[in-house]
Design a protein around this ligand. Structure first.
Ligand code: NAP
Length: 249
């Protein structure tokens, strides 16, 4: 039997890259997408291939529907029936109070973090659902502990966008549960990736780690373990579940 197929959006760096590498090492054929950093994406693909795995990288901005349609068509053509979607692509903007933000920023934050995941989830359901002739599958969304903490003085918009991902996870899980699709989410806490630099504070994890009960930040691999478990058949009776990977935060 051909090995299962996993699409990891935002698989060029951070948590997505760790997930792509770990999935390939466990026998998945991996498609990773990225927005702009082709070289980073290519490095992940080369690492996977050097270790004997199968992977390709595709540029696609998840907030642009035409890109998402092209991404899924390429998966169909080059690999076949998608088994798992990891809705990982996400972004932060500069830290600031809500009263300093503007509508353009909110539109960017919600387009990338919310509508991107919705667009990809739609294409995955259209392929996986028994209702449309598919043979089932699993979707793992990347939410954030921010959805319950709220991220005051930093990025309430991002926290609210992740709140939308929590609601989508619960609702979509119920909507497609009888169609052999499981939908779950992972909510990471403070994880060592580039995302904090893009918000203007590269050292954010070390600055804030004293507030983590375990007194440290997490690694992308620690998040990837939870993603892969939710995606796997070992989690066959889980749907609509939000797993916090936060060191107790
Ligand atoms: P990261 O290191 O900044 O990497 C982000 C990835 O997403 C990159 O591959 C990037 O592509 C891609 N991306 C960003 N915007 C995109 C778009 N519009 N279309 C397609 N791809 C896009 O981020 P990370 O820390 O690994 O975060 C991964 C996920 O975990 C995100 O959903 C994030 O919100 C969530 N999360 C992270 C933390 C944390 O502490 N790190 C905590 C909670 C939740 P390029 O390389 O091409 O730019």
């Amino acid at each position: 039997m051909a090995s299962p197929i996993m699409l990891v959006t935002g698989g060029s760096r951070g948590i997505g890259a760790a997930t792509a590498r770990m999935a390939a090492a466990r026998g998945w054929r991996v498609v990773l997408s990225y927005k702009g950093q082709a070289q980073a994406a290519d490095e992940v693909v080369q690492q996977i291939r050097a270790a004997g795995g199968t992977a390709i990288a595709i540029q696609a901005d998840v907030s642009v529907e035409a890109d998402v349609l092209r991404l899924f068509r390429t998966v169909d053509e080059q690999f076949g029936a998608l088994t798992v979607l990891v809705n990982n692509a996400g972004m932060l903007e500069q830290q600031m109070r809500l009263d300093q933000m503007d509508l353009d920023r909110w539109q960017r934050v919600f387009s990338a973090n919310v509508f991107g995941s919705f667009l990809c989830a739609k294409q995955a359901v259209l392929r996986m659902s028994a209702k449309y002739g598919g043979s089932g599958g699993s979707i793992v969304n990347l939410s954030s502990a921010a959805s319950r903490i709220g991220s005051p003085n930093e990025f309430i918009d991002y926290a609210a966008a992740k709140g939308a991902i929590d609601s989508m996870t619960v609702g979509l899980a119920k909507e497609v549960a009888a169609e052999s699709i499981r939908v779950n989410a992972v909510r990471p806490g403070l994880i060592y990736t580039d995302i904090h630099a893009s918000a203007g504070e590269p050292g954010r994890v070390d600055r804030a780690k004293a507030g983590v009960p375990m007194q440290r930040g997490g690694t992308p691999e620690e998040v990837a373990e939870a993603i892969l478990w939710l995606a796997s058949d070992q989690a066959s009776y889980l749907t609509g579940t939000l797993i916090d990977v936060t060191g107790g935060r």
